[in-house]
Design a protein around this ligand. Structure first.
Ligand SMILES: [Zn+2]
Ligand SMILES: [Zn+2]
Length: 400
C-alpha cells in the first residue's frame, strides 16, 4: 500500500498496541480453524518477521525468486521487513522488480553480487519499476549515483524500465476539497526517464567531482533508462482505471529470459504495471500494487509463482476508526480501492489464474507473523507462502 498512512498510524499507534496482544491470539485461532487448503508446512514454519533463518531452500536453483523486501507502504519499520523489492535470478543474472527502502543492502545480504568488494551490483541486468509511488522506488536515488562504486564489474549497462509521464492529474478527493498546490506543474507526474534526468542534475556535484578525480564512470554509461510505451493501449485519464488488455506488453528479451508486463488497477495511480519473467525453468509474476485485476490474472495464467501484494482490511478498519463516523467509509474506500485483501488474493486472483505458488508480499500491516496471513489460502488450491525478507524460492528442478 502506498497511501500516506504515516500520520494516521502515528495517531493510532497507542490504540493498536493495546489491541495487538488480543488480536494475535484471535487470528491464530481463526487460521487454525479455517484449515487453510494448500498452505505448506514450510511456509507456516517460516517464522515471524526478523526470524534468524528465512527459507532459502531455492538458493541453488538456476531460476529463483529472492524476496529482498516485503514491507507495504512508506511507513518505516524496525527493519525486519525492508521496503518492497523482489529479485528474479536466472543463473547469475539478477532482475529487480521495485526498489523500496533498504533493498540495496538486501541485494548484498542475499549474496546476489559477484563476490568482488565493489561488485554487489555486478550481476544486475535489469530494474523494473511497477509505478511511481515512492515506497516502490525510494532506493533508486540511492542506487543511481552509487552504482559506479558498487558495479565496477558490470559488462553491460543495466536496463531500467518503468512508467512514462502521465499528463493528467487524478481528481482531488474527497470531492469539493480545495485543490492542493501542484509540484512542477509543467510536468507534474514524471515517469522514470524524466525522474532520472532530474536525479542526474541533483547529483551533479558528486558525479562531476568523482569523474574528474578518479576513473569513476558516470551513470550515463551504466544505465539505459526507458519508459514502457503504452501509447497504443491507453491515454491515462484522471480516474486511472486501465483498459482490459488482449495480450501482454512486451518489455525486453534478454537471451533466454523474456519479460512482459500488463496494466494493473491501482486507481487512481497510473500507469501501474505487473511483470512476468519466463525462463527455461518456469515463470514468475510480480503484481506491483493493484486491486483484483483481470489483466493480472491473464498475465499470471499458469505461472509457477505469483508474488502478490496483500492488505488486511480489518487493519484498515482499525486505522480509519480515528475519523469522524461520516468520513470513515470514504477513507476506507480510498485506502482499499487500489489494493487486494487477504480474503481476495487467493480466491479471486491466484485460483482463477491457476498459479502453482502464491507468495504474499508488500504486507500491510508489516508486523504480524505468518499465521496472520494464512486465511489468504482459503479458496486457493495451490501452495500459499507468506513472504519474508531474504526468502529464496526455487523455480523448476534444474540446479546450478
Ligand atoms: Zn505500494
Ligand atoms: Zn502504490
Amino acid at each position: 500500500m502506498c497511501d500516506d498512512l504515516g500520520p494516521l498510524l502515528r495517531a493510532h499507534m497507542s490504540r493498536r498496541g493495546a489491541l495487538r496482544a488480543a488480536g494475535t491470539a484471535g487470528v491464530a485461532a481463526a487460521a487454525v480453524g479455517l484449515g487453510v487448503a494448500g498452505t505448506s508446512g514450510a511456509a507456516q514454519a517460516a517464522g515471524a518477521p526478523g526470524a534468524a533463518r528465512p527459507d532459502t531452500s531455492g538458493s541453488r536453483h538456476r531460476t529463483r525468486v529472492v524476496l529482498l523486501g516485503t514491507a507495504g507502504g512508506p511507513v518505516l519499520t524496525d527493519g525486519a521487513r525492508m521496503g518492497i523489492s523482489t529479485a528474479i535470478v536466472y543463473e547469475d543474472r539478477v532482475y529487480l522488480v521495485d526498489l523500496g527502502f533498504g533493498s540495496q543492502m538486501r541485494i548484498a545480504a542475499a549474496g546476489l553480487g559477484s563476490g568482488s568488494p565493489s561488485g554487489v551490483l555486478d550481476n544486475v541486468r535489469g530494474i523494473f519499476l511497477t509505478h511511481m509511488h515512492s515506497d516502490h522506488w525510494a532506493e533508486w536515488p540511492a542506487l543511481y549515483p552509487t552504482v559506479p562504486s558498487n558495479g565496477t564489474g558490470l559488462s553491460e549497462p543495466i536496463r531500467v524500465f518503468g512508467p512514462g509521464d502521465r499528463d493528467t492529474l487524478p481528481p482531488v478527493s474527497p470531492p469539493g476539497r480545495p485543490e492542493p498546490p501542484v509540484v512542477t506543474p509543467e510536468r507534474p507526474i514524471p515517469g522514470i526517464s524524466e525522474t532520472t534526468d532530474r536525479l542526474r542534475d541533483t547529483f551533479a556535484a558528486d558525479l562531476n567531482e568523482r569523474a574528474r578525480a578518479s576513473l569513476f564512470r558516470l551513470p550515463d554509461e551504466l544505465f539505459v533508462v526507458q519508459d514502457i510505451d503504452i501509447s497504443s493501449l491507453w491515454h491515462v485519464d484522471p480516474p486511472g482505471i486501465p483498459p482490459r488488455l488482449d495480450a501482454p506488453i512486451p518489455v525486453w528479451t534478454d537471451g533466454d529470459v523474456r519479460i512482459t508486463a500488463t496494466l494493473v488497477d491501482h486507481r487512481p495511480t497510473a500507469p501501474s504495471f505487473a511483470f512476468r519473467f519466463d525462463t527455461p525453468d518456469g515463470s514468475v509474476v510480480v503484481s506491483g500494487d493493484t486491486r483484483v485485476s483481470q489483466n493480472l490474472i491473464d498475465l499470471a495464467s499458469g505461472a509457477d509463482y505469483l508474488v502478490h501484494e496483500c492488505v488486511d482490511a480489518a487493519y484498515i478498519d482499525e486505522v480509519v476508526s480515528v475519523f469522524p463516523p461520516d468520513q470513515r467509509e470514504f477513507m476506507r474506500m480510498t485506502l482499499l480501492q487500489g489494493h487486494t485483501t487477504i480474503e481476495q488474493v487467493g480466491r479471486d486472483v491466484a485460483e482463477p489464474a491457476g498459479v502453482k505458488n502464491l507468495v504474499l508480499t508488500h504486507l500491510v500491516p508489516t508486523d504480524p507473523g505468518p499465521e496472520h496471513w494464512l486465511p489468504a489460502g482459503e479458496g486457493y488450491s495451490g501452495r500459499l507462502i507468506v513472504g519474508e525478507d531474504l526468502m529464496q524460492l526455487g523455480v523448476g528442478s534444474r540446479r546450478r
